[in-house]
Unconditional design. Sequence first.
Lengths: 326, 341
Amino acid sequence: MAEIMVWEAILRAHDEELANDPMVIAMGEDIGVVGGTYKATLGLHDKYGEERIIDTPISENGFTGLGIGASFLGVRPIIEIMSVNFSWLAMDQMFNTAAKVRYMSGGQLQAPIVVRSPGGTAHQLGSQHSARMEKVFMGIAGLRVVTPSNPRQAYGLLKSAVRCNDPVFINEHELMYNMKGTVPEEEYFHPLEGSEVAREGRDITLFGYNISVHWCLQAAELLSKHHGIEAEVVDLYALSPLDRAGIRNSVSKTHRAVIVEEAEPAVGVGAEVMAVINEECFFELDAAPVRVSALNVPIPYNHALEKTALPDANDVVEAVRKIFGV
Amino acid sequence: MPGFHRNHHGSMKDADKKRLLREMLFARRFEERCYEAYVERNIGGFLHLYPGEEACAHGVLEAARVGHDYVITSYRDHVHAIKSGSDPRAVMAELFSKETGVSKGRGGSMHIFDVKHRFMGGYALVGGPFPLAAGIAKAIRLQGGDEICICFLGDAANNQGTFHESLNMAALWNLPVLYVCENNLYGIGTRIDRSTAVVDQYKRVSAYNIPSAKENGQDVELVHKAAVKAIKHVRSGKGPYFLELMTYRYRGHSMSDSNAYRAKTEERMWSKRDPVIMLRDRLIDAGKLTLKEFKDMDTEILDEIEDEVIRFAAESPEPHIADVEKYVLAENDPWVRGGAE
């Protein structure tokens, strides 16, 4: 098992899938000659050439639609949208075309595209570069949404997403491209559905995804050390469809749940997981589920304000302490 | 393969003209019957009809290799599908929301799909197909075929960002796509000079160095001639082309449109340029057709639509309710589970 960074894992997945199938292409802003803002396509332009590694104009809806049209004929585009904030512009084509074309054509057409984009907040990027949009994508029927929390998932999810016949949105994170982790040496395809138990525990379940898995893991260590509370951390790498069985299994074991999301609370991952808990295992609960979310504000530039607007491991610890009254 | 002849040369034989006359008259009667079926409540939702514009789809696709070239368009899509080779019965069954419809009753009037004839669909977002067409053209290039993609859209679509984004990419990457602008002078109910700074649409693409032409969209022979030139350009690898066809829709934008925004004098003027009547009279004047033959043809078409098309649609089964969640995602896709097993 090699230890590599998230960007290296994504690059490796690109390289293997491009080598495997001549109909796999990559496209996006600055992904070719420059090699990608986060180096996820570094060197691929030289290796696979101009026709397959495409530097696009800054026309998010246009090039996403172009990728979708190509996918109708069996091309498998991996589309990078440089920042998730720009994907608002591509939502017309992603939602109106990619997510619906199989259905409205009665199964004649499919749009097997992958759109990958860094979501989340980084450091002082301001309101228009700090959107967290996973909750928007996961509400759309016909679209799969996955979000890796480590290099192994980043590699394996992209591999499976390229081969899957559905459109897949991969929500990455600006702060996580240099995060290290082990990735199998041999080829590995991660499931696009399900969840993973990132830490076993008996007292409470902390549900996280992408960066919030790490806040949950930090919180679990603090809770164990200072309060003797053993939290289970469930990594919801698949946001659509959500792993109803995985959510039920963990809550049925711990009887308590906190959902940790980087986004504003309304209509979000926390709200959705709570609804699933209600529907799947309400009578297993010993306490009302709680969500830890960002404040309902556009993300400020000022560092202290920004930090206040966002949740962290301490907020998770506080939420758990409140549930247990400790 | 559809039974349509292919006519890739500039001039047309009389037999081809007579066949085209029949196809256009069929399209006219088909659409008029859709109107009635909507009033009878056999067709629901939105319905955008094509009467008045028949020469556009027929003239262009007569010059294309139907079933080989890819065709994509907007929500005013029935006639383009039929000219591309779709069975009119399956198109009508789609409008009647039946399982035997081209899109299995899931699409409706605005979403006619018939991929086996390379009719890649009707789309309901104005301007949505611009980048899809460029993408189909990109795929053709990657796969090394000699097909082209033909994208039919209305004039008002050219005010969407997708128009500029797609033309830029199509020109930049030299993609084999023909954009056909069916300029019917109105974007829903707003006249073109009240919505668009440059009224001549063919001029707008010069910003992207895309060659273009403007043609009388009511004369199927002129449309065909212009399309032959356009398609030759695109198929030869010279990149995209833009063809503006001046036309007029007789009915409102959709069935929910009162059509009260157009002057009667304007409507009368355009009715004198009717594409079906123009071709009919030309054939009669040339001694190739009699009025009686035309009337017989019309009766035959009306009977065919009633006895075969409408009957098939009316008698076809509805989709099974239990299948409502089918076609949302791929069925049993192994990669969802991470591959094999």
